[in-house]
Write a protein of this length. Structure first.
Length: 546
């Protein structure tokens, strides 16, 4: 059935955006859903379920909601999968082809609202080409943008991207930084106090008492006028660490990648990749001697202690935002003077405002969520029989059926591309006709070669994922032994032992306000006999067990 023909039965609507900010560009989840519902009704389908997901379109097997929907499609639950546009389902043509073939096997029509395509071989080819073109165009735009930025840096100019550095303002045309004297005086005061031995916390408190606006205060006020901004020790420490303030400026220091959750994670580039800007492009605010004295005092205060030893936070690095997927950061809020609460309230908060704009997630009180997680972990560790049952279930269930099906499809399509090359070469190799369009034949052979390599790369990726799942099931036996050893001593665990237990069990919390979801290597909800979504999706177990 082509997607323009009338249909009957239940339909699943899938909507996706990469970030919350895309809602401002006319691609909001709500507008996609409305268009899909209207199209489903016009074709005679009954909308049975709607999925809204915030995830990059270049990923497939890491999207938990899409994985759940694919299981339902294979089970024959829906007669149609309706998506607003091809790139809303996937920007990768290989992933798009996998889903299209899966829908065809299950008798589920794949329908795009804004790009009507039929289910004929020609229609599937057009869909593949569109997806491939979208992926290529995305990479071209990214490569072109990065090349222009890098060339600007090599020309000795300050990059125009990013926020202004405190104490400076950019002359974007000339490509230099100019000193903002009102902020530069604050920078000099910070270095002077740090050189005298004052801690970053004490400097931040002093600046707040004096009412000095912190970095980014004007920008934050424009975005959220009701938000109270203040100096934090991290802002002071960032200023003290930055060699730009002594006139030693670098560019091309950071790169942005994707974490396991899909969120953007900036990481510092190796020193040999950073570009030193010429002297004078960024004028010094403090002397090199003052900068070094402040740095030496700050390092003496830090000592050799790790961050967890100085500020122990049980779930550091184990929590992600339920709205945007960023890793939550431990932080604190000042006293609410109207309620006369404690001096500080310790929380976990989403740092999305620092990357893509605030996602709107609520902060999480630190103590309640840590106590809740540890209680769940203790309950599971005291029931090794539940872990044994989970081990038996995974061993009986075997590898993820979605990955197995996708692996079969990827292997088949890789063979088809190879056979297509062979048939094409056999057809024209012995041809004596001089009018054979050799240029067209060469292009087609090259296209099939590229398609074959992409499918072979997908095969290798899927084989790796299946291998990881098999290892996770084997490692669960070691986790079971660990639980038996520690079950009797849980009440006397130190902070370090608790952290080790959480890491061993691959604890992960997805949270927003008071909504918490705990997943890991073993079932934590012992009152619910049905496996959790985390277990169905095959969460891994850490290799490290005591």
């Amino acid at each position: 059935m082509t997607q323009n023909q009338m249909g009957t039965g239940s339909a699943l609507i899938y909507c996706r955006v990469s970030t919350k900010r895309q809602g401002e560009e006319g691609l909001s989840l709500e507008s996609q859903q409305a268009a899909c519902v209207q199209h489903a009704e016009s074709l005679g389908y009954t909308v049975e379920s709607t999925t809204q997901e915030v995830y990059t379109g270049s990923e497939l097997w890491d999207r938990p909601l899409l994985a759940r929907d694919r299981n339902d499609i294979r089970a024959g639950k829906y007669q149609a999968l309706i998506v607003y546009a091809i790139d809303r389902l996937s920007r990768n043509p290989i992933h798009l082809a996998l889903i299209a073939e899966e829908c065809e096997r299950a008798g589920c029509a794949l329908i795009f609202v804004s790009e009507p395509l039929d289910s004929s071989p020609e229609g599937r080819l057009i869909a593949y080409v569109k997806g491939y073109a979208a992926q290529i165009e995305r990479e071209k735009i990214r490569e072109r943008t990065m090349r222009n930025k890098y060339q600007r840096v090599l020309n000795g100019k300050v990059p125009n991207a990013g926020c202004e550095l405190y104490g400076y303002i950019r002359d974007r045309d000339v490509g230099v930084r100019l000193i903002v004297e009102s902020e530069a005086e604050v920078v000099r005061e910070i270095f002077r106090l740090a050189g005298e031995g004052m801690s970053c916390h004490a400097i931040a408190d002093l600046l707040n008492e004096r009412g000095v606006p912190p970095p980014g205060a004007q920008r934050i006020a424009r975005l959220d006028p009701a938000r109270v901004v203040a100096w934090h020790n991290s802002a002071v420490a960032n200023i003290l660490r930055n060699p730009t303030y002594k006139g030693e400026a670098y560019a091309w220091q950071w790169r942005t990648g994707r974490s396991s959750t899909g969120s953007k994670t900036p990481t510092r580039r190796p020193s040999d990749e950073r570009v030193r800007l010429p002297d004078g492009v960024v004028p010094a605010i403090v002397s090199p001697e003052m900068w070094q004295r402040a740095r030496d005092n700050m390092q003496q205060q830090s000592g050799d202690h790790t961050r967890n030893e100085r500020r122990p936070v049980l779930l550091r690095g184990m929590m992600t935002c339920a709205i945007c997927g960023h890793r939550l950061r431990p932080s604190w809020r000042r006293r609410n003077w109207r309620t006369k609460g404690p001096e500080r309230t310790y929380i976990y908060r989403c740092p999305s405002h620092a990357f893509e704009g605030k996602c709107g997630a609520k902060s999480i009180a630190r103590r309640p969520v840590e106590e809740w997680v540890w209680a769940k972990v203790c309950g599971a560790l005291r029931h090794p029989e539940a872990i044994a049952a989970e081990l038996q279930r995974r061993q009986a269930e075997g590898p993820d059926p979605t990955l197995k099906k996708d692996l079969e499809t990827a292997r088949k399509n890789a063979r088809n591309a190879e056979h297509g090359q062979e048939r094409l070469l056999q057809k024209y190799t012995n041809a004596e006709n001089e009018s054979v369009p050799w240029e067209m034949v060469e292009r087609e052979v090259a296209r099939l070669e590229g398609e074959k390599k992409r499918w072979q790369a997908t095969v290798q990726e899927l084989q790796g994922r299946l291998s990881d799942q098999s290892k996770a099931a084997d490692q669960l036996e070691h986790v079971q032994e660990y639980c038996k050893r520690v079950a009797a001593n849980l009440d006397t665990f130190t902070f370090e032992e608790k952290r080790f237990a959480l890491e061993t069990l691959h604890v992960h919390v997805v949270a927003n306000g008071r909504d918490w979801d705990l997943t890991g290597a073993i079932p934590f909800d012992l009152d619910d006999p049905t496996p959790s979504t985390a277990n169905e999706l095959g969460y891994d177990v850490l290799n490290r067990v005591s």
